[in-house]
Design a protein around this ligand. Sequence first.
Ligand code: REY
Length: 394
Amino acid sequence: MVSARVGRGAVLGAVALSLLAVPARAAPGEPDTPTATAHPPAALPAPDTAGLAAALRSAVERGAPGALARIDDHGRTYRATSGVADRATGRAISTGDRFRVGSVTKTFSAVVLLQLADEHRLALDAPVNRYLPKLLPDDGITVREVLSHRSGLYDYADDMFADSVSGFEAVRKKVFGYRQLLALSLRKPRTNAPGAAYSYSNTNYVVAGMLIEKLTGHSLRTEYEDRVFKPLKLRDTFYVHPRTGIPGRYARGYLTPDKAGDPLVDATDQTVSWAQSAGAIISSARDLDVFYGALLGGRLLSPARLEEMERFTRVNGTTAYGLGLRRRDLPCGVSVYGHTGVVQGYSTYAFASKDGSRSLTALANTSNNASASAALAEALDAAFCGKGGRAAER
Ligand code: REY
């Protein structure tokens, strides 16, 4: 095991030229199959451990109290940390700390639904309203469109958090029903006709949670546990909604206020009820590495369902979205598969190579800080591009 433990240090040089290296792509929202544009898997270069440590240090320099990363690569583990888990006690952050994963939850929800599709209990091209009569205002919206963010259902979170701190405090301890969240979305016009465009929306994964509970007759928590957490032995992974705490040892999370200079808000204790099946899972770097390794390695879904999960819609020059799965095309020419997640206090990147043999999870215990998040994203280059990837970027 190689371990790189770092303290606060020099700011990493900005890596801003990556877009230049990306060839022309389909327009946003256009189908973009992996065979058409994703980079083929090749032997990956060794992870750049110094680059990994530098990315975390940079996130801390830019305002994150702490940052951690863990790479799992063919049974070998690389770990790095910078900064603190708790600003009050000064405890150093650890790669074993649990945290809130935000929308990484969406991959778990999609896996449960795709398993139900594998069991012939759900048809991806059926209207949502077949399973939840009259739920949506348009019978044309299919399950596949919901899972790929092409339903046109407006994201209620956009309004909820227009002001980051007051928006958060208004919902921190609140318990929502799925239908309440959906009603918030349906007050607004839809963003596009069903299937016509990609438009990321938490509302889609609220619908996913409703489908899981309706089709199985069980709680979302039971389905996550029985289908994913227990089979993969994810002992740091929990769905405790609507409880407000994180079990065991965890990093506290700090929300960055919109007004520069205002103090960070300790956002650790919250129901995350505004997100639920779209964003309320708690996990650790090890568990997310195991999860994406297993998913991409074909251990959670049939090959046919995994292939459907990996049918991508172009989002922008460097990312594409499948079914609860993002693809990021790194500047060195490697594509990685996983999800990002942001809930108040926590920003996560969790991605794996095409075959799942190398996974990276990186976390900063702050949110609403684009610059710290961009620094954290550099951990991906370090993990999958090696030293050559970084040099090629400059
Ligand atoms: C919600 C706002 C972000 C977070 C979101 N997260 O949709 C889902 C995801 C679960 O994709 C909040 N931002 C922050 C603001 C912006 O308040 N005004 O950064 O903590 O992970």
